[in-house]
Design a protein around this ligand. Sequence first.
Ligand code: NAP
Length: 211
Amino acid sequence: MSFGGHVIRTRKIGIMGGTFDPIHYGHLLAAEESFFALDLDEVIFVPTGKPPHKKTRRVSSTEDRYTMTLLATLDNPHFKVSRIEIDRNESSHTVDTLREMRHWYAPDSIQFFFITGLDAVLDITTWKEYTALPSLCKIVAVNRPGYQVGKLEQLPEIFKGNIVPLEIPLLSISSTEIRRRIESGKNVRYLMPELVERYIYKKGLYKRIGR
Ligand code: NAP
């Protein structure tokens, strides 16, 4: 972009969307790897508000998930956390979040890279106004070992050239596995930053009710 004769470089912003219940080293490594692999300027973590698609299990409160995300990212200067979905009172939809975030920046001055898990990306045709997403962002599909990147081929034509697969070996850690371990009293040390682990114990998160 040119402004008053000066060439202004388009800033590349990573947006790391997830439930983060809890956030763990897999997420942090995915953000850091994306930062370097895609030459991003910063990564903004966006914990989901009320996930529209998670009706089957109890999700920790938005404030707990936001606080854990903040604690986990404190020491990294190019990580930020946004309350944009947390503070929205209705369901969180990525298309609305990206449209709103676009207005934080001068027109045409940025490019968004929406980073999330491959399994979430494979469900993308169920998301609100999914056909609008390629015009708003590139999608970075972070892969766990053993998941099939080939399945991305089955997504509609509009996503061709729009999805960037990225494999992170450490992502074999999962939030679901961490919650199960805590519920059954197993060790979770070294799976997430220590501050997040302490917060979970202090707040009594993921314990089986009635024990
Ligand atoms: P999730 O349960 O948080 O994650 C789905 C899968 O992706 C899980 O395996 C998860 O691993 C992994 N994952 C999540 N965030 C990741 C990240 N940033 N980097 C690497 N792996 C990640 O996902 P979700 O609630 O389905 O949502 C993911 C994102 O998609 C959110 O931003 C959400 O708002 C968006 N989404 C939007 C719509 C919509 O617009 N209608 C619908 C669905 C999802 P862990 O279990 O270890 O976290």
